[in-house]
Design a protein around this ligand. Structure first.
Ligand SMILES: Cc1ncc(COP(=O)(O)O)c(C=O)c1O
Length: 439
């Protein structure tokens, strides 16, 4: 029987048509919107993406983690089309619609929080901004604590919490006041969970009084920061401090959420119940939708109409999100994430044995990354090597994405619906790219 290959390269990367469109882009699109992969997409299905030159790639970037159910899932497309044909916008707080309420019901049921209520927004950053608003209104306190290496978006408060100077912050201040930052545990580079917890406790003495802190915002696995897993005992310690001092614990599940870690929520692995969760990315398979879901008393705290926005809770995106939830149940996406995670991790560990440049392999479920270093002892970050591997992989039909505060990690954000055959092909292409770059 003939084996169907997913990767099909017809031209060099970028092909002539992609190159031509990218040249036009240079003339009319603002320079900061630089492009990471020079392939212009024509269409995408499941775990593959075809560019305007007819090259087909396996897409491990997954729209930066938005496509856990895959590109253009037929159920998602049908739900969005059907909703778009009926109505696309009213502003829920002017003329409400049922799909908003139904999605809130389903997410409150699914959320890792008891007695939850929900509110919808557009982007992850907006969910973060609003999680802080809910926390401030509830606690009547101003301060927010985030973590080194954290990423929470690019709007003013979100970027104030975000912790990577280049490219996200340099030259863009002043930032929002009353944002404090403490170390995040890192099993590879330190500090340990105990040291990070001690630093948080010390910060409540040296930096900001506990009784003025509204919220602690934490990613259960840092995403842009390098797929760094918060150990369960650390999250449990943060929960304890929040309880002791009446601080709202916000789990930012924008990248960890919706099955990426092999469970619906990243925080589930720790047994910790947060007070609020922020959700975006894969919730609506690439349509802009985000949410804050959390304890009703906190969600109800802001005054009437203090939360909202013209586009928040778009019905087309919400119809897509309901379809995403169905697909998760029908196709058991969480189990698939855990299974492909095991396959990928085993391969990464074999690569680490073979190449000294792979300093660390880490992650949870299918949220996995390798960290590239110049030297195993000094752990000097090797961002250029990571870039070379990404480029070599694209030339072999696999789209990869970097991450990490030193931009020296390569992460997996593959659609979780990827087939075994596609996964095999992708890992083979990645291995060849490592071979070409590392020798
Ligand atoms: C953990 C986390 N929070 C928040 C955001 C911001 O989301 P958005 O880009 O939709 O504003 C991101 C985006 O990558 C993220 O990974």
């Amino acid at each position: 029987m003939a084996v169907t290959r997913s990767i099909e390269l017809r031209t060099e990367i970028p092909g002539p048509r992609s190159r031509e469109i990218l040249e036009r882009k240079e003339r009319v699109v603002a320079d900061p919107l630089s492009v990471f992969l020079p392939v212009v997409v024509d269409e995408a299905r499941g775990a593959t993406l075809t560019d305007v030159d007819g090259n087909t790639f396996i897409d491990f970037t997954g729209g930066v983690g938005c496509l856990n159910v895959g590109h253009s899932h037929p159920q998602v497309v049908a739900a969005a089309q059907e909703q778009l044909a009926r109505f696309s916008h009213t502003d829920f707080t002017i003329v409400p619609y049922e799909v908003y309420v139904t999605l809130a019901e389903r997410l409150c049921e699914l959320a890792p929080v008891q007695n939850a209520k929900a509110a919808f927004f557009n982007a992850g950053a907006e969910a973060i901004e609003n999680a802080v608003k809910f926390s401030r209104a509830y606690t009547k306190r101003p301060a927010v604590i985030g973590f080194e290496g954290g990423f929470h978006g690019r709007t003013l408060l979100a970027v104030s919490l975000t912790s990577k100077t280049h490219p996200y912050k340099a030259g863009l201040g002043p930032f929002a006041p009353e944002v404090y930052r403490v170390p995040f545990p890192n099993a590879y580079r330190g500090p340990s969970a105990d040291e990070a917890l001690a630093a948080l406790e010390r910060a409540l003495v040296t930096q900001v009084a506990a009784e003025t802190v509204a919220a602690i915002v934490i990613e259960p696995v840092q995403g842009e920061g390098g797929f760094i897993v918060a150990p369960p005992e650390f999250l449990q310690g943060v929960r304890r401090l929040c309880d002791e001092h009446g601080i709202v614990l916000v789990a930012d599940e924008v990248q960890t959420g919706f099955g990426r870690t092999g469970r619906t929520w990243g925080i589930e692995h720790s047994g910790v119940e947060p007070d609020l969760v922020t959700i975006a990315k894969s919730i609506a398979a690439g349509l802009p939708l985000s949410a804050v879901v959390g304890k009703a008393e906190i969600m109800d705290a802001p005054g009437d109409s203090a939360i909202g926005g013209t586009y928040v809770g778009n019905p087309v995106a919400q119809a897509a999100a309901l379809a995403v939830l169905d697909v998760f149940e029908e196709e058991d996406i969480n189990a698939r994430a855990a299974a492909i995670g095991e396959t990928i991790q085993a391969r990464m560990l074999a690569w680490q044995e073979r190449w000294d440049a792979i300093g660390d392999v880490r992650g949870l479920g299918a949220m996995l990354a390798i960290e590239l270093v110049e030297d195993r002892e000094t752990k000097e970050p090797a961002a250029n090597v990571a870039s070379a591997v990404v480029e070599a992989a694209a030339e072999r039909g696999l789209l990869l994405l970097k991450c990490g505060i030193y931009s020296n990690c390569i992460r997996v954000l593959t659609p979780l619906v990827i087939s075994d055959a596609e996964l095999d092909e992708a890992l083979e292409a990645w291995e060849q790219a490592l071979d070409a770059s590392l020798g």
